[in-house]
Design a protein around this ligand. Structure first.
Ligand SMILES: O=C(CO)COP(=O)(O)O
Length: 214
C-alpha cells in the first residue's frame, strides 16, 4: 500500500513532517512518501524520505518562465510526481505532456482525476498510477472510501478496462488506518491524503495511526 502525503501549501514544517514520514515508513510494510511544494523538495529529500513533486509542467528545457521542469524536480531529489491534481487541473493534452515530461526525467507518475470516466481517460495515457479524488470530499475529513465507495470500485474497473498495469489509488478525507484499510478493500493500491497529516497537531502520531492496521 502506498500512502502519499501531499503537503499542498499548508503552513506546516515540511522537513519535520518529512522526518516523521521517513521514520514511520521504516516502521511499516506500507510505502509512505511525501509531496512537498517544489521549493521544498531539495530540503525534504535530504532527510532520506521518498519525495514526490506535486506537479510538473508539459515542457522541456528552454524558454519557459514560472514553470516546473520535470528534470529539475528529479535533480532536487523527487522520485515521482502528481499530475492533474484537483487543485492544479490540466487539459488532456497537457496531462499527456506532463506524463511524457515526467517519464523523460525518470519520475514515477500518478495522474489524479475527479471520477471514474476521467480515470479511464487518464489510464489511457499510460501513467504508473491514477488516483480518484472526488473534489467535494477533499479537506472534509469524510473519507472517500466510506462516503463514496462506488467511486473507488468504479475507478478500479475503469482503469483495468483500459490498462491493467496502471495502479489505482484514491484520496479525499482519508485520515485514519480504518480509512486506508477500506480503500484497500475496495481495490485501491494506495491513498493520497493531505490535511489529516499536514494539519495534525502531531503529524507523526497521525501517520502511525494510518499505518497501524496494515
Ligand atoms: O487532495 C488530497 C490529496 O492529494 C486530499 O486532501 P485531504 O486528505 O485533505 O482530503
Amino acid at each position: 500500500m502506498l500512502i502519499l502525503v501531499n503537503l499542498k501549501t499548508y503552513p506546516c514544517d515540511p522537513v519535520a513532517v518529512a522526518e516523521a514520514v521517513r521514520d514511520v515508513d521504516e516502521e511499516t510494510d506500507a510505502r509512505v512518501a511525501v509531496a512537498p511544494q517544489a521549493a521544498h523538495i531539495e530540503r525534504v529529500a535530504a532527510t532520506g524520505v521518498e519525495t514526490w513533486a506535486q506537479h510538473v509542467d508539459p515542457i522541456d528545457y528552454g524558454s519557459n518562465t514560472g514553470h516546473t521542469l520535470a528534470e529539475s524536480v528529479a535533480e532536487a531529489g523527487a522520485v515521482g510526481t502528481l499530475i492533474n491534481h484537483s487543485e492544479q487541473r490540466l487539459k488532456l493534452a497537457d496531462i499527456d505532456g506532463s506524463v511524457r515530461a515526467a517519464e523523460r526525467a525518470g519520475l514515477e507518475t500518478i495522474v489524479c482525476a475527479n471520477n471514474p470516466a476521467q480515470i479511464g481517460a487518464s489510464a489511457a495515457l499510460g501513467p504508473d498510477a491514477v488516483a480518484v479524488e472526488p473534489p467535494e470530499l477533499i479537506g472534509t475529513g469524510t473519507p472517500v472510501s466510506q462516503a463514496d465507495p462506488d467511486v473507488v470500485e468504479d475507478a478500479v474497473d475503469a482503469a483495468s478496462r483500459v490498462d491493467d498495469d496502471v495502479s489505482v489509488l484514491c484520496g479525499a478525507g482519508i485520515s485514519t488506518g480504518d480509512d486506508v484499510v477500506s480503500a484497500g478493500d475496495l481495490g485501491a493500491e494506495g491513498v493520497l491524503l493531505a490535511s489529516g497529516v499536514a494539519k495534525a497537531d502531531d503529524p507523526k502520531a497521525a501517520l502511525e495511526d494510518l499505518v497501524d492496521p496494515l
